[in-house]
Design a protein around this ligand. Structure first.
Ligand SMILES: *Cc1c(COP(=O)(O)O)cnc(C)c1O
Length: 370
């Protein structure tokens, strides 16, 4: 039986389609194409859900990273620490504001930033900011990082593009922090628009005001007060996001139940790395990564699953320091290189049936033969 990696048909089912068409018709009828009532409604409700005072919608997740750095005053000549495992945009944002990347390594059990490596790489360097990534939906060790950063006066931008629904600790969702926390609402993320969208959460009202100005050409109530840019979120995307917000907790709960089933089955397979137990209740389960023996085994398993009609995906085929524009960056990287080499993501979306999970698990097990 085929098992798809994503499932947009059920996410955008007939009930959803009829509701969103009503909203889109209203947008057309009122000519409110940019920053309309759904933007305000989403910002209010999303902020509440993530326990953050301010939620600010933006055009995409990469803009969110760049604007967070700009809001902290990061720019030309500054150094920003980025973990060796993330999507390219995390490092790209650093260069797009004129700063440079210094790599620190990851915890090989999770792919999350390794605070000990961070401490080593910042020694003797004038580091302005660090961008921990809540990769696959797992919470990065923000509290430990804050202990170091508070002392060294280093700003933290949390890349939460994969973390709508992630908790640092029970009752403390991502966004319940003193840092700038950035999101992407790209169509494949847990919470997604009908195209590109992104956002930033902050509990700091001054930073919220600055970000609000930057996203709309530096406007303030009295005119253009600074050089900003255009990173407004279209009204249609906000209407979609606001409608999907109604179901995000339910969908994330379903992802967790699926993750638990995978977890129980996969923990019996020798030599396969799975997400640690401690994250079962904290992760948004954006993805379900497993670690194989090596890259040969990873590609062979991927091919095998494909012949059985089971989707799988490489997040990420290469670590950041291996990518051409980043090969000259200094820092620690070997654990990230190894992690990317052996990691494969299995199907994970809230519409997987028990039979789908059984099929995936039995194909993985029979292929690995252990
Ligand atoms: C998706 C993603 C981004 C980029 O978001 P866009 O909306 O595509 O610009 C950044 N960082 C991580 C970790 C992501 O997964």
């Amino acid at each position: 039986m085929a098992v798809s990696f994503y499932n947009f048909n059920e996410l955008h089912n007939d009930e959803f389609k009829s509701k969103i068409k009503e909203r889109i018709n209203k947008i057309i009828d009122t000519n409110a194409f940019i920053e309309g009532e759904y933007n305000a409604a989403f910002e209010k409700d999303f902020g509440k859900l993530q326990k953050s005072k301010h939620a600010l919608l933006l055009a995409n997740g990469t803009d969110a990273l760049e604007i967070a750095l700009l809001a902290y005053g990061v720019g030309k000549g500054d150094t920003v620490v980025v973990p060796s495992i993330s999507f390219f945009a995390t490092a790209e944002a650093v260069y797009n504001v004129g700063a440079e990347v210094l790599f620190c390594d990851i915890d090989p059990a999770t792919g999350l930033i390794d605070v000990e490596s961070f401490k080593r790489v910042i020694k003797g360097k004038n580091v302005k900011a660090v961008m921990p990534v809540h990769i696959y939906g797992q919470p990065a060790p923000i509290a430990e990082l804050e202990k170091v950063c508070d002392k060294e006066n280093i700003k933290i931008v949390e890349d939460a593009a994969q973390a709508q629904g992630t908790f640092y600790a029970p009752n403390s969702p991502v966004g319940d922090s003193k840092n700038l926390v950035t999101f992407s609402f790209y169509p494949t993320k847990n919470l997604s628009a009908f195209g590109d969208a992104g956002g930033i959460l902050t509990n700091d009202s001054n930073l919220a005001e600055k970000i609000t100005s930057i996203r709309n050409h530096g406007r303030s109530p009295n005119g253009h007060a600074l050089i900003g840019r255009n990173s407004r979120c279209d009204h249609i995307h906000a209407a979609v996001l606001h409608l999907k917000l109604e179901k995000i907790e339910q969908y994330n709960e379903t992802r967790k139940k699926i993750a638990v089933k995978y977890h129980e089955a996969m923990s019996a397979v020798k030599g396969v790395r799975i997400v640690p137990d401690k994250f079962l209740n904290l992760s948004s389960w954006h993805l379900y990564p497993i670690g194989l023996k090596n890259s040969e085994e990873k590609y062979a398993l991927k091919n095998h699953l494909q012949t059985k009609g089971i989707g799988s995906s490489l997040f990420y085929e290469k670590s950041l320091p291996e990518l051409l524009p980043l090969q000259k960056c200094e820092g620690e990287k070997q654990k990230g290189i190894d992690f990317a080499a052996n990691t494969l993501c299995l199907p994970m979306h809230p519409f997987l049936k028990d039979g789908d999970i059984k099929d995936v698990v039995s194909e993985v097990k029979s292929f690995l033969g252990r």
